[in-house]
Design a protein around this ligand. Structure first.
Ligand code: 2IT
Length: 445
């Protein structure tokens, strides 16, 4: 079957799974030529096997809120592909979570993890639980109830969850605590752990730092640097925080952040105090960015708007999928954006990506740009297995090396005849070849 037929079949089989079909479509479009040139892939039905998860566990979560009311949520773990290592990927806690979103994230994770050079397969999990406004005790009771189901299918060599939107250090603590209680072992299943109980230095910063290291290499292909550049970020969580820290260190000026309630424009740029304030804003659990202007009145809040209408040299979406659409992309291009690096997973819609590609603006897709997060998760697993910890500099040096090798892989497979680098093609082909060839070696399983 050719790539188009496979896609049509998938659309018929999973109608309505919009995000999942979007993610699959993008990868298959990129690898079509490679697939057609390598008949061994078709003979082993590699694509048909790759686009369906190995298995999905879906379960009910019951817990009691502070008012004594019984609450019911739905949880899932998508174990997508373990050809190159144990299933690996975060847990998303957000009211929008459904199987389409977790399947898209799990699918992306396969190729992202392959790009990191570390032995990790792809998986993702989550729940429609909404952490907004919940007390610490409610978060704990939910996390414990979630683990009462999840613990059965995870383990250090089978499936290693981590954080994602709505799951940070606090949630991982509650989940891992329950896991240890049930499993009676300390092998470190879960990454993003606290430093005192098996975590790695630089893991909180890793997605943002890695994203900036990757973007730095994108700039270097044009003999450019961050010095004096104006940068628009979205989001105000862990990824935005890590990106802002490293960007300002390298001489960039971050002028926007955003939340579900609107965006902040801070003309002077974020400094250390403002970046630190993002942590407090996140910890307040209200999921709004507006309080920033009470703290820093020189900044402006634009309710209900996205930050992409602001003039900038570099745009880095750091929030969630499809947060930057075709119209946003046109505004950015009209305002002279030179580079777009997606730190969120699938942050740009296909229409937005087309706008950037047509304008020959360098665009780095999430699975390459944000791979630093899961890469340092992989390094956390290595440290746990050795029962040792590396220093901050050691982890950071390894993260640098990994981001460099991802960039090199993108150049290898994504450089077009006119010299333009199509990072989407590069990342997808490099990730696909590694996983597909591994699946060939491993037989029909
Ligand atoms: O999207 C991602 O790569 C993550 N949320 C991190 C996954 C991980 O296992 O560290």
């Amino acid at each position: 079957m050719n790539v188009k037929e496979i896609l049509t079949n998938l659309e018929t089989k999973h109608p309505g799974e919009k995000e999942y079909l979007q993610a699959v479509h993008e990868v298959l479009e990129s690898i079509e030529t490679i697939y057609n040139e390598n008949p061994q892939y078709e003979a082993a039905k590699i694509i048909e096997r790759l686009v369906e998860p190995d298995r999905i566990l879906t379960f009910r979560i019951s817990w009691v809120d502070d008012a004594g009311n019984v609450q019911v949520n739905l949880g899932h773990r998508v174990q997508f592909n373990n050809a190159i290592g144990p299933y690996k990927g975060g847990i998303r806690l957000h009211p929008s979570v459904n199987l389409s979103i977790l399947k898209f994230l799990g699918f992306e994770q396969i190729f992202k993890n392959a790009l990191t050079t570390l032995p990790m397969g792809g998986g993702k999990g989550g729940s429609d639980f909404n952490p907004k406004g919940k007390s610490d005790n409610e978060i704990m009771r939910f996390c414990q109830a979630f683990m009462l189901e999840l613990w059965r299918v995870i383990g250090p060599n089978t499936d290693v969850p981590a954080g994602d939107i709505g799951t940070g250090g606090r949630e991982i603590g509650f989940m891992y605590g329950m896991y240890k209680k049930l499993q009676q072992e300390n092998s470190g299943v879960f990454t993003g752990k606290g430093l005192n109980w098996g975590g790695s230095l630089i893991r909180p910063e890793a997605t943002g730092f890695g994203g900036v290291y990757f973007t730095k290499e994108m700039l270097e292909t044009k003999n450019d640097t961050f010095e004096g550049k104006t940068i628009s970020l979205s989001g105000f969580g862990n990824v935005t925080w890590g990106s802002a820290l490293k960007l300002t260190e390298l001489g960039g000026k971050v002028v926007t952040i955003s939340g579900p309630d609107g965006y902040i424009y801070d003309e002077k740029g974020l400094d250390a105090d403002k970046i630190h304030y993002l942590l407090l804003l996140r910890a307040s659990n209200n999921d709004i960015v507006a309080p920033y202007v009470q703290e820093f009145p020189e900044a402006k809040f634009y309710p209900g708007e996205k930050p992409w209408g602001v003039k900038c040299d570099i745009a880095m979406p750091c929030a969630t999928q499809n947060e930057l659409d075709g119209e946003d992309a046109k505004k950015l291009v009209a305002n002279g954006v030179k580079y777009v690096a997606e730190v969120s997973n699938m942050g740009c819609t296909p229409e937005a990506v087309d706008v950037f590609h047509n304008a020959k603006i360098l665009y780095g897709p999430g699975k390459a740009v944000n791979a630093g997060g899961v890469a340092v998760s992989g390094l956390e697993m290595s440290q746990n297995a050795m029962k040792m910890s590396w220093t901050k500099d050691e982890v950071d040096a390894k993260l640098h090396q990994i981001m460099h090798s991802i960039h090199t892989a993108c150049l290898k497979y994504g450089t077009e005849q006119d010299g333009y680098i199509n990072y989407v093609k590069g990342a997808n082909i490099a990730g696909f070849i590694k996983v597909a060839d591994s699946m060939l070696d491993l037989g029909i399983v």
